[in-house]
Structures are given as C-alpha cells and as structure tokens.
Ligand binder design. Sequence first.
Ligand code: AMP
Length: 208
Amino acid sequence: MRLILVGPPGAGKGTQAAGLVDRYGITHLSTGDMLRAAVKEGTELGKQADEFMKKGHLVPDEVVIGMVLERIQKDDCAKGFLLDGFPRTRPQAEALDVALADAGADLDAVVLIEVADELIEERITGRRSDPDTGEIYHISFNPPPADVADRVVQRKDDTAEACRARLDKYHSETAPIVPFYEAKGILKRVDGVGSPSEVGERIATVLA
Ligand code: AMP
C-alpha cells in the first residue's frame, strides 16, 4: 500500500497517519518530522532547512525531493509507505511520479483532508506535543494529561504569524497538486472536521 496524505497545516495529517500506518503495516514518512530531526541533529540538510521552516516557508524542492526519493528506497518502504507532508508542490508530485514509474510502482490513493481556513489557526496555535513520546495534543480540544502537561512543547512554526504564512503557501503551492492526482483518478476527499476517530472512519471508508 502506498498512500499520500494531503491537507492544510493543522488538518490532522499527523494524527491520522498514526492510525493508518498501524492499520496497513506501512512506514510513516513525514517530511516535517524528517526535517525537524535534521535541524535538531544540526546536519547540513537541517541547516539549509531551518530558516525556511521557522518562517513557515517551504524548504526548496531540490532539498526535499532528494531526501524523500532516497528514503523511499530503504528496505522498510518495500512493504509500502504513507507520505505525510509530501508532495507539497507540483514539481515534488511530478518527481515522485517519475521515481515511482521508474521503480515500476504505483500509488494506491491520495487522501485529501479538507478543513476550512477559518478553523485552521485555532487548531494550529493550540497544538502541543510531548517531546518524549511524540504524542500530539491541543490545549482546548485534546488537553494533555496532568503528568504530561508540564513538558509539552509548541512547534516553532505553530505561531499565528507562521500559521498564516503556511496557509498561504498551502493555497499557492500545494493546492495545485490536487488536480494532478484527481486527473489520475486516485484522489479521495475526506471532511476533516470532527473528532480524530470520526475523521479516521471516513478515511477507512474511502480506502475500503
Ligand atoms: P509539517 O510538519 O508537515 O507541517 O512541516 C513543517 C515544515 O517543514 C513546513 O512548514 C515546511 O517548512 C517544511 N516541509 C515539510 N515538508 C515539506 C515539503 N514537502 N516541501 C517543502 N517544505 C516542507
């Protein structure tokens, strides 16, 4: 199974990805997580990515495409993968398409989680994560338990300002990949408003 999750920042891609990789026994590839790990480790790639990420800008295509195409060749991707946060531009979608065709592989589905702009800022600015487990919470909708609350952290790009920049980029750069996959007949639209389990059920239905 090879899947892509697309949606605006804060649509719930990370949350839904966790359930999907469990269900299908596939590898979760979040480009955001991969880039944040590179920044933390201080690698050359991390240094290149950091300035773009802090401002809510996209990391240049050539950096991200190279990172992903290398990663999907690893053994743990042979059983399938879920791409979360990639592709985010039309050139990224085209590069992935060429690489998969060269490898004789196909995508099974591209799931688009739809959430209106008005709901995004509240979801993003209230988001917190547990640095020890990676668990994602929201200060109002899904507060962390008392023993975790003291250690949760906010992503550097989850401020209101960076959120607006990321939403603008989503509309200008990422939305054009939707007709690309629609034309291939593999796009599945899912309403992203509701509890994580409600949205998860909708995804399971479109993938059945
Ligand atoms: P995410 O965790 O998916 O919200 O990604 C966090 C940030 O990482 C984004 O705002 C971008 O700066 C960068 N990023 C992640 N994936 C990509 C991608 N496919 N192309 C360019 N930049 C990316």
